[in-house]
Design a protein around this ligand. Sequence first.
Ligand code: AHR
Length: 655
Amino acid sequence: MRRTRIIFLCCVLSITWGLALRAQNKTLIVTANKPVAKVQPTMWGLFFEDINFAADGGIYAELVKNRSFEFYKPLMGWKKFGEEYAGQFQIINGPNENNPRFLRIESPEGKELGLINEGFRGMGVTSGETYNFSVMARQDQGKSVLRIELLDSADAVIGAAEVKNFTGDWKKYEASFLCTKTDSRSRLRVVHSGTGVLEIDMVSLFPQHTWKNRPNGLRADLVQKLADLKPGFLRFPGGCIVEGHELATRYEWKKTVGDVNDRKLIVNRWNTEFPYRNAPDYFQSYGLGFYEYFLLAEDIGAEPLPIMNCGMACQYNSAELVPLTELDPYIQDILDLIEFANGDVTTQWGKLRADMGHPQPFNLKMVGVGNEQWGTQYTDRLNVFLNVLREKHPEIAFVGGSGPSSDGKDFDYLWGQMRQLNVPLVDEHYYKSPDWFLKNANRYDSYDRSGPKVFAGEYAAHDKEGKDAESRNTWKAALAEAAFMTGLERNADVVYMASYAPLFGNVDAWQWRPDLIWFDNLRSVATPNYYVQQLYATNKGTDVVPALLGGKVLEGQDSLYASAVIDAATSELIVKVANVSVVPATLTLVVNGRQPAAKEARLQVLAHADLAAYNTLDKPDVVVPTEKTAKLSGNKVILTFDKTSFTVVHIPLKK
Ligand code: AHR
C-alpha cells in the first residue's frame, strides 16, 4: 500500500510545477524523414464572440453607444444638454419595424438643446485623426442646425463640425472633422440650434482610419492583432451568443446583414449573465454582422466557421427548445446562409452578398450546428438538421458538439452519438486549471483515429484571479497551454482545429476572463497566451514528425513537453519544447533522417521566471518572445531551456 502511494506521489510530482527533477543532457531524437501526420491548414484558429464588449465597444469602431435609441432605455448612454422645458426631447416609435425609435428635438423658440453621448466607457480619439460623423435626420418644422462637438475629459472641444440644410425626408447627413487631442474618455456633443423641430436617428461617429480604411469599419489595431496570428479559421459569432438566453434573443444572422439602419438591435446575452459583472448597457447593434464576419475571415486569411443555432436556447439559462417538428425555419436559416456565402449572385441571398459589395463567393466550407448543447435534446435535433443539410450540401462539413464538459458521462454520450451521426468534426470545450492542461497533454494520444476529428473549439487555462483585468492571463496559464498544445500538434491526425477562447476583453467592461487580447478605447495588449498561440500558428509546419526521448514522446517527463513538425514548403524542422520546471533543462537534440542545412538553430523563446507574471496595457512587454541561436554540430544541437519557458527551435534542412 505504502509503495503504491510512493509511486503515485512520484508520478504526480513529475508533472507538477517546479518540483521535477532536472533533465540533464538527455537526447531528444527527431526523425525528420518520417512524417506521421499532416498538419491541417486550419489547425490554429480564432474563436470570436461578442462577449466582454468585443464587438460593440470593441472591434467595431463605432464610437457612439445606443446610436439608434433602441436600448431598453432609449436615452441610455445619452445625457441631455441645455435648458429644456418638458417635452422638447421626444422618443417617437415610428413605423420601421427593425429600427422604430428616433429622437425628436423641438426648439421652435431657437434655444440651444443637445445631447452628449458617453461612448463605450468614453470614446478613444487620437490627435491628428479625422472622424466621420453621420446622422439620419428629417426636418419637421423650421430650420435646424446641428453642431457636432467632440469633448475631451475636461469638456473642452477638441473637434467640431456642422450639419445643416435638412429636408423633410429622412436622409443621411455627414460631416468630418479633425481631432486635436488624444483622449481615451472623450464624448460627443450634438447641439441643436436654429429654430425648428428636427428628428434624428443613427447618430454615428467613426474614426476615418479603420482596418483597410473601410468606412464604418473595424478597429485597425485589433484586427491587426488577429491578422498577426495567421489564423487558419475564424469561428463566429460564438459561443453562447448563438443560443441566446432564450430563443427570442438567439443570434439570427439575417438580422445582421444589409443596410445597418435596418439591422434590428437586440440585447447582448452577456448583459446580465454575471451579477458581479453586470453590463446593462450591453447590446448588439449588429454593425459587425455576418457579412463583416465573412469579410474579416477573408481579410486575415482564415476559413470562416459560422456556428448556428439548432433550435435550442442556452441550457444554462432558459433551455427553451423548438419542437422537433418545427425546426424548418432554423434549418432554412443555414441553407440560406450557405447561399449568402457561396451562392450565385442571381440567387436571393447571393444577390444580397453582391449588393453589399462582395460578388465573389466567400467559399464557406464548414458550419457548426449548435454551440455548447448537451443531452438527447441536442442529438435529436442535430439528426433532423443533418438529414436535410447533408442532402442539400454534401460539400459542406457540418460540425457537431460535445457539450461544455471535457469528459464524463454527458461528454461520452455525445461523442458516441457524434460517431453514430458520422459528423466530420466534434467541437470540444474545456476551461480548466493550468494543472489540468499539463496532466492532459496526452489527452489525444489514445483517441480513436477512425471516427470524427477533433475541433478543440474553446479552451483556456484558468489561473487565479487578481485585481487587474488582465491578471488571469498569467504566464503559468499560458505555459500550461503551450505544454498541452504539444499534444494537439503531435496528434494532428485527429485534432484538426483548435481555438483559445474568448478572444477579446475590454478592460473597462469585461464579463469573462482570461481572454486572449485585452484592450481599452485606444490601446490593446497581447497576453502571454496570445504569444503562445502565435508561436504555434506561425510555426505550424505541414507534417508531424516523431520527437522521442528514450523512445517515448515527451509529455511531462522531467517537466518537459515536446512536439515536432517539418515545413515542406520552407524545408525546415520546427521543434516545440515547454519546460514547466523552475530549473533550466538541457537536452541534446538529434536530427535523424535529414541533414541540417545550417550551422545554427534559431530559437524563439517565451519565458518568465515568475509564473504569476502577466502583460497589461500599461506594461505590455512583461512576457514577450525573444530570439537566440544555438550552434549545430552536424545533426546535433545542445539546447538549454530556461526555467518555465516555451521554446520553438528552427533548423533548416537540406532538400
Ligand atoms: O467563451 C465563453 C463561453 O464559454 C462561450 O460563450 C460558451 O460557449 C462557453 O460556455
